[in-house]
Design a protein around this ligand. Structure first.
Ligand code: PEP
Length: 260
């Protein structure tokens, strides 16, 4: 694969699941099954609850393969009196490379706006990390024919001037809200259509090279059974996986599908 192609990525978002022991068991099952893929070109990112990160990272630091660690959220501020918050710098300083921003659960349960996402993206880049910016429409927005408008607004308000100033590392995850945790997956055509639109937006608003190299992940009820047909579609560079990332066999099969 040419260096100018987007990196293939599979990221497992464990959400608020697993005790530290369960997390350790999950990672220790995943690693031996993924040996070949972890040496290959698919970047595999594990996104456990923040409290597990430091210990998991140090327990599995010597495996000699490229397993990356991500966080599910971070503060929009860099430091100070923000009780309960965790800064991007705290996360990157323990070896976190990727941080989710604007996951639909953060947007709907915690009132996160595109502007707040933008602040988080700035903090992550300042801290040397790579944001995974999540965008996606609700079922109502899709039924009203507003998919393109909603996603264009999420991209513009969350990202656009940042991308024009100077190149920054970032990944986009297209996650239709109606497909997250519902068992309903976008069809491969629906996913590819929106991914193509996101790439087109990057081409128009930023540059051809950013459009050509940005990884655009699909998320929303990806399972071992549907990963192949989604990952082979144009402009789909991998997946953000929720429920299926909690089962080692399913997660490994999804990574293998992305490597094919
Ligand atoms: C997610 O939480 O980002 C997600 C895609 O969840 P699920 O795979 O369970 O739909």
């Amino acid at each position: 694969m040419s260096q100018n192609n987007p990196t293939r990525i599979v990221a497992g978002n464990w959400k608020m699941n697993t005790t530290p022991e369960e997390g350790k068991k999950l990672v220790s099952e995943i690693i031996p099954m993924l040996e070949d893929e972890l040496r290959g070109h698919v970047h595999t990112i594990l996104i456990p609850p923040t409290v597990h990160l430091a210990s998991l990272k140090s327990l599995f630091s010597s495996i000699g393969m490229t397993l990356l660690w991500g966080a599910q959220d971070c503060s929009a501020h860099s430091k100070g009196a923000f009780t309960g918050e965790i800064s991007a710098e705290m996360l990157t300083s323990i070896g976190v490379s990727h941080i989710l921003v604007g996951h639909s659960e953060r947007r709907s349960y915690h009132g996160e706006t595109n502007e707040m996402c933008r602040e988080k993206i700035v903090r992550i880049v300042e801290a040397g990390g790579c944001p995974i910016y999540c965008v996606g429409e609700t079922l109502q927005e899709r039924e009203e024919g507003r998919v393109e408008k909603v996603i264009e607004q999420q991209l513009r308000e969350g990202l656009s001037d940042l991308l024009r100033e100077s190149p920054i590392p970032f990944v986009i995850a297209y996650e239709p809200v109606w497909a997250i945790g519902t068992g309903k997956t976008a069809t491969p055509q629906q996913a590819s259509e929106v991914h193509g639109m996101i790439r087109e937006w990057l081409r128009d608003q930023v540059s051809n090279s950013v459009a050509a190299t940005t990884s655009i992940l699909y998320g929303g009820s990806v399972k071992a059974e549907n990963a192949d047909e989604l990952f082979c579609m144009p402009d789909v560079d991998g997946g953000l996986i929720g429920g299926a990332s909690l089962n080692s066999r399913s997660f490994v099969d999804i990574v293998k599908a992305c490597a094919r």
